[in-house]
Design a protein around this ligand. Sequence first.
Ligand code: COI
Length: 338
Amino acid sequence: MQEIDWCSLGFKYMDTACHIRYVWRDGAWDAGTLVEEPYLNLHIAASCVHYGQAAFEGLKAFRCKDGRIRVFRPQENARRMMDTARRTCMAEFPEALFMEAVRRVIRANEAYVPPYGTGGALYIRPLLIGTGAQIGVAPANEYTFIVLVIPVGPYYKGGLQPVKAFVFDEYDRAAPLGVGHVKVAGNYAASLYAHERAKQAGYPVELYLDAKEHRFVEEFATSNFIGITADGRYVTPESPSILPSVTNRTLMQIARDMGMPVEVRPVPFEEVASFAEVGACGTAVVVTPVCEIRRGGTVIRIGSETGCGPVLQKLYETVQGIQYAELPDAHGWCVEAL
Ligand code: COI
């Protein structure tokens, strides 16, 4: 195993001991195998590469204060992946098997779970792809489910450092009756061009508006949108094309537990300027404050450029505290991994 500098991990791929792989053929999943080689031998007509039958998930395991390893809300990811499979006509990977796959791959990669106190986690990436040869446009007759793991630190450099977001009126992420609400790989391909343009303009993230009217806020490319009002309400957009984020649902519950009103509703773009704090939330980004949003010639500044606002800071500390077992897990979100 290579030397790892646990405290300076970013969000980058690295080889680990192995991944786990299951294959679905003739209507059934096999027993799964741990595979060391980080390569797939793929048929040239596999439906994932031609027609985008590809779905993924993102979840994390933490080495906790008591030394044990726990996974955060894995059942939610299992269920969301089944929703994605149904919407894209792929074989569903059952929840119980998902839990077993996650446990097996963590056990085999225990040495890669960052030590408690480093701020790192083991990022778990389940992937479901059509691997059957399929040249007419139709669902494949073979699927492969993989779980790979990598030790990670913060997604954006600096962790809780605020980032700036760019709103494009030229590009959309997902249509109202399309596949934005499920985690299809193509949703991310659809965001890459805008993402590169935002980065060139000095903006690490892009914020999407609803594709129909460009009136309402939807989500960032890789994370949901949260606005905190001046009177302390938690506001997050409601839309048929937003990915239902496990982190967002978690933070909403924490906010309610803290006595904050939570509003899930359409958020007109004009309302953004009135928020006291804005954040991006997701498994990879956890909570990332957003200090500036640019749309054409309009620049909205929110809070400080150098630090996180008090409400998002408290939400971040609480979710991380639960994940590392420093705070009580009142909702039973953390699942023993070993
Ligand atoms: C996650 O937060 O786990 C995601 O799936 C976003 C990813 C594209 C980095």
